[in-house]
Design a binder for this molecule. Structure first.
Ligand SMILES: CSCCC(=O)C(=O)COP(=O)(O)O
Ligand SMILES: [Zn+2]
Length: 213
């Protein structure tokens, strides 16, 4: 089996899992996985598809600038430039972008601060943060409609080989050294977002309802 087919199947499996969680509402989201270093190529989702379906036209191979690497009628994701930045600036092997209600609400609540910080949460260990008082900071960037501008703002936060950036009222983009790691980070982020929202709802209840009987 060629490396491209191997990576295709890996990304298709990740896509199926994220689809089962209903993380591709209204054709939103895009995924990519590195295939080769020389010449540099990666597979990226075709734009505007229903990502809950598994078809032979789900992904296309693109080059280091996000242009189709061969003859195809498929259009790479409109947000391919963000994936290009990930592979250009980090050692990542996979990049995932999803829109969920939870990541959008968190990005709006903390948007003016430009970041959301998590502390005292077991799941920040998914980011390799194992120290007692470790903090996880997820940057939040402005959702520029101009994709090159969005990609430039996003690229500022590409320091490590894994990480996450929220795009305000748009979604989250995560990356990792491989598909397993990127998915782990995405799941951890969505857990933390849901926890934060549930906890703030609970805290807003009048005192008697806060008492667990
Ligand atoms: C209908 S969602 C708007 C575009 C977007 O944010 C997205 O994630 C999906 O775009 P793509 O071109 O990758 O299908
Ligand atoms: Zn998007």
């Amino acid at each position: 089996m060629s490396l491209e087919v191997l990576r295709w199947n890996e990304l298709a499996d990740i896509k199926d899992e994220l689809a089962q969680r209903d993380w591709f509402m209204g054709t939103s989201g895009n995924l990519s996985i590195k295939v080769d270093e020389d010449p540099f190529t990666f597979l990226v989702t075709a734009s505007g598809k229903d990502k809950r379906k598994r078809t032979a036209e789900d992904f296309l191979l693109v080059d280091c600038k996000g242009r189709p690497a061969g003859e195809t009628s498929l259009r790479p994701s409109a947000e391919t430039l963000l994936h290009v930045e990930v592979y250009n600036l980090t050692n990542a092997g996979c990049c995932l972008h999803v829109h969920t209600v939870e990541n959008n609400v968190i990005s709006e609540i903390y948007g003016d601060e430009g970041k959301v910080v998590f502390k005292g949460q077991e799941l920040i260990k998914a980011f390799g943060k194992w120290e007692q008082d470790a903090e996880l900071t997820i940057p939040i960037i402005y959702n520029s409609a101009d994709i090159p501008t969005l990609a430039r703002d996003f690229a500022v936060h590409l320091k490590d080989e894994w990480g996450a950036v929220l795009i305000r009222n748009h979604g989250i983009t995560v990356w990792g050294r491989n598909g397993f790691e990127a998915k782990k980070i995405l799941e951890a982020c969505e857990f933390l977002f849901r926890y934060e929202l549930l906890l703030s709802q609970y805290k807003s209840l009048p005192k008697p309802y806060q008492t667990v009987k």
